[in-house]
Design a protein around this ligand. Structure first.
Ligand SMILES: C[S@@+](CC[C@H](N)C(=O)[O-])C[C@H]1O[C@@H](n2cnc3c(N)ncnc32)[C@H](O)[C@@H]1O
Length: 232
């Protein structure tokens, strides 16, 4: 990994380390009351930009990976939908986030979920071993988004789905660490969608699209949720 990428990872990790240690859970308007009631409350830190699980059409027994799983909100929701025959795997590079999520799973006795510490640019998973890759407001933080999409493509089985919520810039903005770089390090929309297609994904659909950051003269950044497929 290039030194500037490692440097960015270090800064992002420091930011999320402090958020992982907060005592209280948060609210998150992206989830329905039924979804929130189905998962442990401490997994909800209010850090997402959408609800990819809602659009993933998860089936019993599927293997699901959540990139940048934080305290586990989407992994726990996925585990709830795929049932005991399935497996939900949360991947996060911040040790305290992984520890928080693991602790919740242990305490609640949720056996079909596990959390692994890793960067999402290099996934610790076998090629073609996953049915669905999810991610919620994470890929914008990556210094190498092309690598993330290539890795998602590699680990998915043919016909597998990538369903993600993320932030895209609507016009070039200065790179900054404001908002931990969610907006400042996001890609322009067209470039982002092109990077996904270049990784090999097809049939890309944007399912949710809303303004995330606005200025007096228009929209700077949007939160989108999209679904796309690895060809059979
Ligand atoms: C904005 S939070 C979102 C957490 C979770 N998806 C949610 O909706 O609550 C971003 C998470 O992604 C993790 N993360 C950011 N960049 C990452 C990377 N390159 N590799 C692995 N994890 C990363 C952070 O540690 C943090 O837990």
């Amino acid at each position: 990994m290039m030194p500037e990428y490692e440097d960015r990872h270090r800064r992002v990790r420091a930011r999320y380390d402090s958020l992982a240690r907060q005592e209280n859970a948060c609210c998150d308007a992206n989830y329905s009351p039924e979804d929130l009631a189905a998962i442990p409350q401490e997994s909800v830190l209010g850090l997402g930009s959408g609800s990819p699980v809602r659009h993933a059409d998860l089936r019993e027994g599927e293997v699901v990976v959540d990139l940048g799983s934080g305290a586990g909100v989407d992994a726990f929701l996925a585990a709830h939908r795929i049932g005991p025959q399935g497996r939900a795997i949360g991947i996060d590079m911040t040790p305290s986030m992984v520890e928080r999520a693991r602790k919740i799973a242990r305490r609640e006795g949720i056996a079909d979920v596990d959390f692994q510490e890793s960067i999402i640019e290099e996934l610790p998973l076998e090629e073609g071993s996953v049915d669905v890759v999810l991610s919620n407001c994470v890929i914008n933080l990556s210094p190498d988004k092309a690598a993330v999409f290539q890795e998602a493509f590699r680990v998915l089985r043919p016909g597998g789905r990538l369903v993600i919520s993320d932030i895209v810039q609507e016009r070039p903005l200065e790179s900054s660490n404001q908002d931990c770089g969610c907006v400042g390090n996001a890609m322009l929309r067209a470039e982002y969608l092109q990077t996904i297609r270049e990784a090999g994904f097809r049939d890309l659909e944007v399912l949710e699209d809303r303004a995330w950051l606005t200025a007096s003269d228009g929209i700077d950044a949007s939160a989108i949720t999209l679904r796309t497929t690895k060809p059979e």
